[in-house]
Design a protein around this ligand. Structure first.
Ligand code: PMP
Length: 380
């Protein structure tokens, strides 16, 4: 199988499985218990926290383990908004192409009376900075923006937006789920107050993630409890946390890995360029190294995906979390892409274990499968 859906998830690395397995046997106790086994578990938790903090360039006290990025995003938005409310600030400003779960949360906050505004994207898929600037103001509590879009791969202007947010006196949260593990990152010199990440995007386990929260930043814990310094209650999922730390620890030189993966992605795109009607979104903007979001003329995505699975190639029609329906991608819609074009979107997301042979194989067989479809579905 050629797996080209790394933005949806990645296979767990052997080092991750090796690190997690023994934890179920030797550190199953509750890390809050005072007895010996509890203290053993607490030591394992402390070691994993130190490893993860080192890899993320943050203080151990700034690292809150969560069940993934969806929870980290939820905690960041609700916890930072609640803290800002005490200072008379209420409004939330988010990107128009955020992850679908974050957009759903924003909708539910609106229903609860929180004023929410959206930073639009330009047709190139990146946040329109002039429009963003116009949405800042003294009533602003929090700005939330993704570091990289999971569908298009477009990198967002986090530094510029964070500077605007801070100048307006608002907090800044970044959903860096698609960035961390693919591109270099250190919280110490990152412009945001809070950052979300998810282990399964970089060969860690599912159900493990973190919220990085800048020391001293006011925060009202949405799930109160004694764990995680009182900022996230619930007995820690120690095997998952150890897996997350192991996944971070094994990350190599991300800058050179990114260059390698981008080279394979570019080879894929130039190999496909001969197909009539090929259109690649966000090709000219800074993108995640392995992401290619494209359409083959006006061929419906479902038809292409069926052909790809016959080739034993796993790709996707967009975000795994919202695909499977007949609605066009909200990301492409926000970029102004017409519905019929958006319904043809295919996402290839390559990873660090993608091989040149995989891309060569795909380029050898794909055109023959797509060309007959192209003559049926002509551009309208
Ligand atoms: N944010 C982004 C940008 C994502 O791509 C994802 C995963 N699809 C999430 C959040 C949610 O992450 P998790 O699966 O860990 O809840």
């Amino acid at each position: 199988m050629i797996y080209l859906d790394h933005n949806a998830t990645t296979p767990p690395a052997p080092e991750v499985l090796d690190a997690m397995g023994p934890v179920f046997v030797t550190a199953w106790a509750n890390a809050s218990s005072q007895h010996g086994p509890g203290q053993d578990a607490k030591r394992v938790l402390g070691a994993a926290r130190a490893t993860a903090a080192r890899a993320l360039g943050c203080k151990t006290s700034e690292l809150i383990f969560t069940s993934g990025a969806t929870e980290a995003n939820h905690m960041a938005l609700t916890g930072l908004l609640a803290a800002a409310r005490a200072q008379g600030r209420q409004r939330l400003l988010i990107g128009a192409v955020e992850h679908s779960a974050l957009l759903r949360l924003a909708r539910s906050l609106t229903e609860q009376g929180v004023p929410v505004d959206f930073m639009p994207v330009s047709p190139d898929g990146r946040i329109d900075l002039t429009a963003a600037e116009a949405l800042m103001g003294p009533d602003l509590a929090l700005v939330s923006l993704m570091a990289a879009n999971n569908e298009t791969g477009a990198l967002m202007p986090v530094t510029e937006v964070a500077a605007m947010a801070h100048a307006a006196g608002a907090a800044m949260h970044v959903d860096a789920t698609q960035w961390i593990g693919k591109l270099p990152f250190a919280f110490a010199d990152y412009p945001a107050d809070a950052v979300s990440l998810s282990a399964h995007k970089f060969h860690g386990p599912k159900g493990a993630g973190a919220l990085l929260l800048r020391q001293g930043r006011a925060f009202v814990p949405p799930v109160p409890g004694s764990q995680e310094r009182g900022r996230r209650g619930g007995t820690e999922n120690l095997p998952a946390i150890v897996g997350l730390a192991a996944a971070l620890e094994r990350l190599g030189d991300l800058a050179s890995q990114a260059e390698h993966v981008a080279g394979l992605r570019d080879a894929l795109e130039s190999g496909l360029a001969e197909l009539p009607g090929l259109h690649v979104w966000c090709q000219g903007v800074p993108r995640l190294p392995g992401t290619s979001y494209l359409r083959f003329g006006m061929v419906d995505a479902d038809v292409v995906l069926q052909r790809l699975s016959r080739l034993n190639v796993a790709a996707s029609s967009g975000a795994a979390c919202s695909s499977g329906g007949s609605e066009p991608s909200h990301v492409l819609t926000a970029m102004g892409v017409p519905r019929d074009e958006a319904l043809c979107a295919i996402r290839f997301s390559l990873g660090d274990e993608t091989r040149a042979e995989d891309i060569a194989l795909l380029l050898n067989s794909l055109p023959a499968l797509i060309e007959p479809l192209l003559s049926v579905a002509t551009e309208s």
